[in-house]
Design a protein around this ligand. Structure first.
Ligand SMILES: Cc1ncc(COP(=O)(O)O)c(C=O)c1O
Length: 414
């Protein structure tokens, strides 16, 4: 990134875009505009280079005495430190795995070994089912009971004042999302975790949708566990599980007896995706490289703050543009509420899939359906036709927003 492409030390959008080869793609004569970040963002060159460099020059299994194995250990540790900086956690509190869903099933199974029939877990209706199914599995396996905080349908939020009433003497865990991948709602998980702690309840935060947009701070949130996925923040397809160190050490986790039994490796089953782990670390460095400051955490804070400003402006432009169209219905909190730049909408008379297909013809790529937030679309009454979802990322421009809006206007006219 050249200095001239930085304003007040922060990378401008063109400097950011120059790092993403995917943005050079055209579709049917149009430059592709990727609004599919909530499903998975594009990947900058530095992340792919770090993964390729590992596979070409350092590839080995861990914990042996020869150089490539020693280098593998060091590179994995560096990635844990980087991801720790992203979440404000210690490297020993960062475990990797296939994806958030698999890690959460694994965690639920381990926690469940300590629970018994009649114990309770509190979830919410705003969750991606990756934060419901792992707990639901314990309903069948253990006789666990799920208690559910309802969605406030009118604005797609949660009313956290209802939480303490759901906690009882048998409540073991609160499983709550930091942001909705369907509606963009940001939930005050720090407040929710305080309530959980006061009731003697563990907390698990699903930060998969939040992590690309809000700088996570597990210490400030006060959660016991938090999961996210690097492929949502410009990294490869790999999941991350933070656990408070003493919690990781106390877990009765399914594991091989000869494998390391110390935090965080006791959470990681079998040979890991080394290149993915290294790519996750490189993605954190990519994000830190957008900002400036004396430490990586400070650079991340500067980058997230700047990206928040920019994406807020894009979000308002998109929301207001769509709101002007009579046949478009918007869901979720308005732009000035705590939210990510992810907008869900429907177009009267058209299925979400039809809208996405027609916009794709113009090089505007966005996702449709329920995004596994199946309870949300049911409660909104759009399970049949689905939602169209447009997410802004660090490489999104206002020109792309205008192309999306022009695409919607064109299909309304046709
Ligand atoms: C909010 C949220 N939670 C959980 C998941 C599942 O993550 P993974 O694909 O890493 O299992 C997603 C994926 O889209 C998500 O957006």
């Amino acid at each position: 990134m050249t200095v001239s492409m930085r304003v007040a030390g922060v990378a401008g959008v063109e400097a950011i875009r120059a790092q993403f080869p995917a943005l050079e793609r055209s579709h049917q004569g149009n430059r592709v505009a990727y609004f599919d970040g909530p499903g998975g963002t594009q990947v900058p060159r530095a992340v792919v280079d770090a993964m390729a460099d590992y596979l070409y020059h350092h590839n080995a299994n861990t914990h042996w005495a020869y150089p490539t194995s020693v280098e593998t250990d060091a590179l994995i540790e560096q990635a844990r430190v980087a991801v720790g900086d992203l979440l404000n956690a210690a490297p020993a509190e960062i475990a990797f795995g296939l994806n958030m869903t698999t890690l959460t099933f694994h965690l639920a199974r381990a926690l469940g070994r300590d629970w018994s029939a009649g114990d309770e877990v509190v979830v919410t209706e705003l969750e991606h089912h990756g934060n419901i199914a792992p707990w639901q599995a314990l309903v069948r396996e253990l006789g666990l009971k799920l208690r559910v905080l309802p969605l406030v349908v009118k604005d797609g939020t949660l009313d956290l004042s209802g939480l303490p009433g759901l906690f009882g003497p048998r409540t073991r865990l609160l499983a709550i999302g930091a942001a909705s991948n369907a509606l963009g709602t940001v939930t005050d998980v720090a407040a929710a975790c305080v309530m959980a702690r006061q009731a003697g309840v563990l907390s698990f935060v699903d930060a998969v949708h939040a992590a690309p947009h809000v700088l996570m701070d597990v210490r400030a949130i006060g959660c016991d566990f938090l999961a996210c996925s690097a492929y949502k923040f410009y990294g490869p397809h790999i999941g991350i599980l933070y656990g408070r160190r003493e919690r990781i050490e106390a877990l009765d986790v399914p594991r091989l007896l000869p494998a390391p039994d110390t935090a965080p490796e006791r959470l990681e089953t079998g040979t890991q995706n080394h290149e993915g782990i290294i790519g996750a670390g490189a993605a954190v460095d990519f994000l830190a490289g957008v900002g400036h400051g004396p430490t990586r955490r400070a650079r991340l804070a500067s980058a997230f703050s700047e990206l928040h400003q920019r994406s807020g402006a894009l979000l308002s432009r998109l929301w207001e543009g769509l709101a002007r169209e009579g046949r478009v219905r918007l869901y979720g909190p308005p732009p000035d509420a705590p939210r990510t730049p992810t907008i869900a909408f429907t177009v009267q008379g058209l299925s979400a899939e039809a809208v996405a297909r027609r916009l794709a013809e113009r090089g505007v790529f966005l996702s449709h359906g329920d995004f596994y937030a199946a309870t949300v679309v049911e409660r909104l009454g759009v399970a049949e036709e689905g939602l169209v979802r447009a997410g802004c990322a660090c490489y999104t421009t206002s020109e792309e927003i205008d192309r999306l809006l022009a695409g919607v206007r064109a299909l309304l006219r046709s």
